[in-house]
Design a protein around this ligand. Sequence first.
Ligand code: ZN
Ligand code: ZN
Length: 172
Amino acid sequence: MPQRSDSFDLGGLALTSGEGRRLELHTGIEPFDFGGQRYAVTRDMVPVRLDVSRTTGNGWALRLRFAAPLEGPCMRCLAPAEPVFEVDAREVHQPGAGEELQSPYVGDDAELDLRGWARDALALAMPAQIACRPDCAGLCAQCGADLNEDPEHHHEPAPDPRWAKLGEIRFD
Ligand SMILES: [Zn+2]
Ligand SMILES: [Zn+2]
């Protein structure tokens, strides 16, 4: 069993300015609530590749890559879906520089919040809608029938409400 790293001590790498290191780590990613549905990463530990470079001025340039298999309902037809998302995220952390160069995932002690970063990066990599397949037809808006199983499914147009009103008029 590989060891799980929820955080990673960047300082422990003892890199000097301009030096870099590639690390193969494992982290946990918590389940998501997305579009009113719950999605879980199907692995307890996701293998991640972390590239760490020491920038001049005691900063860090970081790149995180991983593939996360998810499990949850299709947002169109509600059938179980198991999409896999590829994540490729970068962060720069330059202590003492402008606010945009401060990574929220790197602490003052150069401790990288690997788990938090992986979760946020995955959220950003998600499409607007999770579907069981790209051409999922979804459910009928009127009766909820699964349109994947019944592509011919349709309803007769509703009668014009004005005619319904006329039907209420009684002639003696
Ligand atoms: Zn679907
Ligand atoms: Zn219908």
